[in-house]
Write a protein that binds this ligand. Structure first.
Ligand SMILES: Cc1cc2nc3c(=O)[nH]c(=O)nc-3n(C[C@H](O)[C@H](O)[C@H](O)COP(=O)(O)OP(=O)(O)OC[C@H]3O[C@@H](n4cnc5c(N)ncnc54)[C@H](O)[C@@H]3O)c2cc1C
Length: 509
């Protein structure tokens, strides 16, 4: 239906907020207010709210982020207009009372569901003669076919000037005008904070970044692999970057500016290279979005994941992994920690995927949405390429079959992290906590713990399953079709020449 214009309807610009919930360094907002009266708009879309990748924790974080924006916007007598429903329906409800002239947003490298929605909105804008201006997110280039010139572009973007919106009351719709639009009613559970999870919002993003630079990050490079110490030493910026409470450019420039004063070469360089990986992985997904449902290396379509493995069905294997019942303390502690707090460090994420896909021989596609739901920082463009890489189906990366006992002894030697999440093991001496099944019945009594009762027996023998997985995956790696596909992947996703020293090994195909 084409809009019927009335002279009484004021012409406005709409800034459609998605994963860019901030007011600073925001090009769409800056451009909108430059060119007319502006409304900030966020849609809670049922297609995402009900999608298996998302959970209450995400919508709570988004809600907190919007509350934070509204606190900042209050002095301009405006707020974000919230709509619960399809984006098109939201735009139509605005269109009932205003004449939308232009729509401004960031480009989104998302799931298939958001790609389809964007196509729908593009068609709607054309029908309604609304100009839609999209700004790239970070250094990700839309529909790029290879990495020619990508690093130069990355450096240009990341070192560029901030887009600072010049907000003023006369350029923004008033609270009264917004109150006249249909109002969203949100589930109460979204509004209740969870003290175990990070709080969303632009102001929190900057507080977290500043606390990292004020001392927290000094031992970043030492502690990055440890499940407990990483919680303090890592930047913890991931949910803020994923939901756009802070831009990558803001993080990157802030840490490099502080580098000479702090003298922290390793922590700052380590973090800078990870900020580069952030875009590198999203670019991969942008260029190869079928990764959401198929192996990036098509030769792995022939890889067969057995129905029965070690006498256990796929359902049992998956369910025991999801419910922290594997019998391997570090694996179960990581899963419980994720369920409760929405965060675990990189190495432990990799180990969780390796346990599922290697030791339990479960197809990554059966576990990928489950972890997305648990990660407060779920970012499709990082999650999918990382998941595939860690499950060993790219044919280009080193295959890492993690031994969870060895990881436990190395990364949590005193068992502090394990004891925090599995209190039933708290009496066991640190030397044995990684392998509680070795205790005799008498020792178990002494440590108030019964294997198979208060804590499960190991569900598989990792020496055996590790060997099966290595033989299977390395065997696949030698196949001609795997190698041919590997060459295609490298040609598409790897830059020919490495140009900065901070780009480390992981940043490959
Ligand atoms: C299976 C798997 C799934 C993952 N899914 C996600 C996800 O959905 N969202 C997400 O943000 N990260 C994901 N990661 C990457 C990484 O684990 C997290 O970014 C990191 O643990 C977040 O903690 P931090 O902010 O303290 O990281 P820091 O080490 O402080 O790094 C700072 C930022 O750099 C980026 N970064 C760090 N490590 C990586 C990496 N290996 N690849 C790409 N970017 C990186 C992130 O934006 C991160 O916030 C995944 C890793 C694995 C193995």
């Amino acid at each position: 239906m084409n809009k019927v214009l009335s002279k009484a309807q004021p012409a406005i610009n709409v800034v459609w907020l998605k994963r860019d919930l901030r007011l600073s360094d925001h090009q769409p907002l800056a451009s909108a207010v430059e060119s007319g009266l502006t409304l900030l708009f966020y849609v809670f879309e049922p297609c995402l709210v009900n999608d298996p990748h998302y959970d209450l924790r995400h919508w709570r974080f988004v809600w907190q982020s919007i509350q934070d924006l509204n606190r900042q916007l209050a002095r301009f007598n405006t707020q974000v207009y919230l709509f619960y429903g399809d984006t098109q329906a939201g735009l139509e409800s605005i269109q009932q009372q205003f004449n939308i002239k232009q729509l401004f947003s960031h480009e989104e490298t998302g799931l298939l569901v958001t790609f389809k929605r964007d196509k729908q909105i593009k068609a709607w804008c054309q029908r309604q003669q609304v100009q839609w201006h999209e700004t790239p997110t970070g250094a990700v280039v839309r529909a790029k076919k290879d990495r020619q010139g990508w690093d130069t572009q990355w450096r240009k973007v990341i070192n560029g000037e901030f887009a600072s919106p010049r907000l003023s009351e006369q350029d923004l719709l008033t609270n009264d005008q917004i109150a006249a639009l249909p109002q969203a009613s949100l589930p109460n559970t979204w509004l209740i904070p969870d003290p175990l999870m990070l709080t969303g919002g632009e102001q929190w993003a900057h507080k977290i970044l500043n606390s990292f630079l004020a001392g927290r990050g000094k031992d970043y490079h030492f502690n990055i692999g440890k499940p407990l110490a990483s919680r303090k030493s890592c930047s913890r910026l991931s949910p803020y970057l994923a939901w756009g409470n802070i831009s990558l450019k803001q993080c990157y420039q802030a840490i490099l500016q502080k580098r000479p004063e702090l003298g922290w070469k390793k922590p700052i360089d380590g973090l800078a290279s990870r900020l580069h990986w952030h875009c590198h992985f999203i670019q991969k997904f942008e260029s190869e979005h079928q990764m959401q449902w198929q192996h990036v290396n098509k030769a792995y379509h022939h890889l067969h994941y057995p129905e029965q493995h070690c006498g256990l069905s796929i359902e049992t294997r998956l369910s025991r992994w999801k419910n922290a019942q594997t019998g391997y303390p570090l694996v179960d502690a990581c899963m419980l920690c994720l369920i409760k707090t929405g965060y675990i460090n990189f190495r432990m994420r990799a180990m969780l995927v390796s346990f599922l896909c290697h030791h339990l021989l479960v197809d990554w596609r059966l576990g990928v949405t489950y972890l997305a739901r648990l990660f407060l920082d779920f970012e499709p463009g990082i999650h999918y390429p990382q998941f595939q890489m860690q499950s060993g189906v790219t044919g280009t990366n080193t295959i890492r079959v993690y031994n969870p006992v060895k990881q436990s002894q190395e990364k949590d030697p005193d068992g502090e992290f394990i004891k925090q999440w599995l209190p039933q093991l708290s009496e066991i001496p640190k030397e044995i906590i990684h392998t509680p099944w070795v205790l005799s019945p008498m020792e178990q009594q002494l440590y108030q713990f019964v294997i198979g009762d208060t804590y499960p027996e190991p569900m598989v023998d990792i020496e055996e399953t590790g060997k099966i997985a290595r033989d299977l995956l390395w065997g696949f790696r030698q196949r001609l079709d795997t190698r041919q596909e590997g060459k295609r992947i490298v040609a598409k996703h790897v830059r020919k020449r490495r140009s900065t020293s901070s780009m480390s090994k992981q940043s490959n195909a």
